[in-house]
Design a binder for this molecule. Structure first.
Ligand code: NAD
Length: 488
């Protein structure tokens, strides 16, 4: 693609990879590429196949290794939605791409386009920045007993620092005034607590950006009710997944939002909606989500001027009431168009700016790059061990008495919990007890050794008390780093 306002000799095309996906994917990708070409995007496009057909060939992640290599080589993927096959053995394509390319930051702008797309919040202009790799999305799940399954929530300090720095850098680069951090650290004091603490440490380095923390539940309620009070929102993976759809819908329609998934060496851009098989092939799908994702792509590859041309032409199209069926509204729409005609309408307005909505401008700047600071090692000492036992129909006081006798010379039984609630000592009969018991053993003084833990497990096994797993209880630089039993 060669721009109409520059020569190919002046600007080398940037290599990118595209994937047309399934359902409405090919139609909205065609529409998007036509607009980009007409706007003068300087892109050398390579195409890969993803989705249903790849899954059908038995590739569990829906993308072949050589396709992933193409994305790794170019560092940029524009991806249309795919249809996720039902059934076991299938891995999420998005999670596969995010994890294998280290796309740690998910960025979703959710502005209102009122009065042209109806919303109760015309002043809304929120960007959700979501940690994209960690949290409950590690896919580490186990069934441990007849009664209990577990999903592991992993939060890392480097992961928190990277996304927090990204959010503050983003705010600064985009002239935004405030970052709101959403966590549930009143309940998950270690995991969400780490996210909040690291975000606050990073915030201290950005005195020009205001910051605040809110608990995720009331924070989401406020975001849905008073979104004008939010600017950049920074949160963990699962909360971000939910909150970003809430924000997009409150802004007007999930059908209009595009998302960027950013890593240190690669980035993926996509619409947030799915493959809409119900309307595939009918030329009625709205290409706006993918087109606005492509706008973020252009900014990312340093073609901010082209990005602004596309975005402003799109805004002008929307405010002139040229709408696809999904956002068509008798009060704000003038013309109801299909996918191709919508793209034609945007192309016809390239070079124009919106009249009522604010025009956008994107500086040609390098992508945001964040470094995670090295930290001095801390002294780690084991002060005890939680042993998880599978004992059906246990009476907590009887199990406690048996474990007291098996604790050993230097360890003592501190407590038993069931689903986190303390059942021994001092449990109450109202607590629902399943077959999954966390039994905490601690040493009166000195570090607990691996040999002591192994000997304890041996005594438990010999007493016909099968263990599921153990969790070490550690102190770092003398500060205990584990949760207490609820109700203690
Ligand atoms: P969906 O987003 O595809 O569709 C929900 C509703 O919105 C449908 O009525 C659809 O017609 C409409 N819609 C969606 N995009 C539209 C557009 N651009 N223009 C006009 N209308 C649009 O969600 P779904 O039906 O739950 O999922 C369909 C498939 O997409 C599933 O297989 C799902 O797993 C997959 N999916 C993929 C992605 C992705 O690839 N990133 C994301 C979400 C869902």
């Amino acid at each position: 693609m060669t721009p109409d306002h520059a020569t190919a000799a002046t600007f080398e095309p940037v290599p990118i990879v595209i994937a047309r996906g399934d359902g409405i994917g090919p139609e909205i990708m065609d529409a998007t590429l036509r607009v980009l070409e007409a706007a003068g995007a300087r892109l050398a496009i390579e195409e890969i196949e993803i989705g249903e057909a790849v899954y059908a060939r038995g590739v569990p992640g829906g993308i072949a290794p050589e396709s992933l290599d193409a994305v790794r080589r170019t560092g940029v993927l524009l991806k249309a939605p795919i249809t996720t096959p039902q059934g076991g053995g299938v891995k999420s394509l998005n999670v596969t791409i995010r994890k294998s390319l280290g796309l740690f930051a998910n960025v979703r702008p959710c502005p209102s386009y009122a009065p042209f797309v109806p919303t109760r919040h015309p002043g809304m202009d929120v960007v959700i920045i979501r940690e994209n790799e960690e949290d409950l999305y590690g896919g580490i799940e186990h069934r441990q007993t007849e009664d209990v399954v577990q999903c592991l929530k992993l939060i890392t300090r480097p992961g928190c620092e990277r996304i927090a720095r990204y959010a503050f850098e983003y705010a600064r680069a985009h002239g935004r005034r405030k970052v709101t951090v959403l966590t549930k650290d009143n309940i998950m004091k270690l995991t969400d607590g780490l996210f909040r603490r690291v975000a606050e440490e990073v915030a201290a380095e950005y005195p020009d950006i205001e910051h605040e923390h809110r608990i995720i539940d009331i924070g989401t309620a406020l975001l849905a009710d008073r979104p004008d009070e939010f600017d950049v929102v920074l949160t963990l993976n699962l909360y971000g997944d939910i909150v970003s759809d809430v924000a997009a819908q409150v802004a007007g329609s999930v059908g209009l939002a595009g998302t960027a998934n950013i890593g240190a060496s690669a980035a993926m851009f996509e619409a947030i909606h799915g493959s809409a098989p119900d309307i595939a092939g009918q030329d009625v799908a709205n290409p706006s989500g993918l087109l606005l994702a492509a706008v973020q792509l252009l900014v990312h590859v340093g073609q901010g001027e082209v990005a602004a041309r596309v975005h402003n032409a799109w805004l002008r199209t929307i405010e002139e009431g040229v709408h696809t069926a999904d956002v068509h509204d008798p009060t704000s729409s003038r013309e109801r168009v299909g996918t191709r005609a919508f793209a034609d309408a945007v192309i016809a307005r390239l070079g124009e700016e919106p009249r009522t909505l604010a025009a956008v401008a994107y500086a040609d700047r390098a992508p945001i790059h964040v470094e995670v600071a090295a930290r001095p090692a801390q002294r780690k000492a084991q002060v005890g061990v939680d042993v998880f036992l599978d004992v059906p129909d246990a009476v907590p006081d009887e199990l406690g008495a048996r474990l007291e006798g098996l604790a050993g010379p230097r360890l003592r039984l501190d407590m038993i919990t069931n689903r986190g609630q303390t059942t021994y000592p001092g449990g109450v009969p109202e607590t629902l007890c399943v077959d999954h018991h966390r039994c905490r053993f601690v040493a009166a003084d000195g570090d607990v050794t691996t040999e002591e833990v192994l000997a304890l497990l041996g005594r438990l096994a010999a007493a016909d008390l099968p263990f599921i797993k153990t969790e070490g209880l550690f102190a770092f630089d003398g500060v205990e780093a584990f949760s207490r039993g609820q109700g203690r």
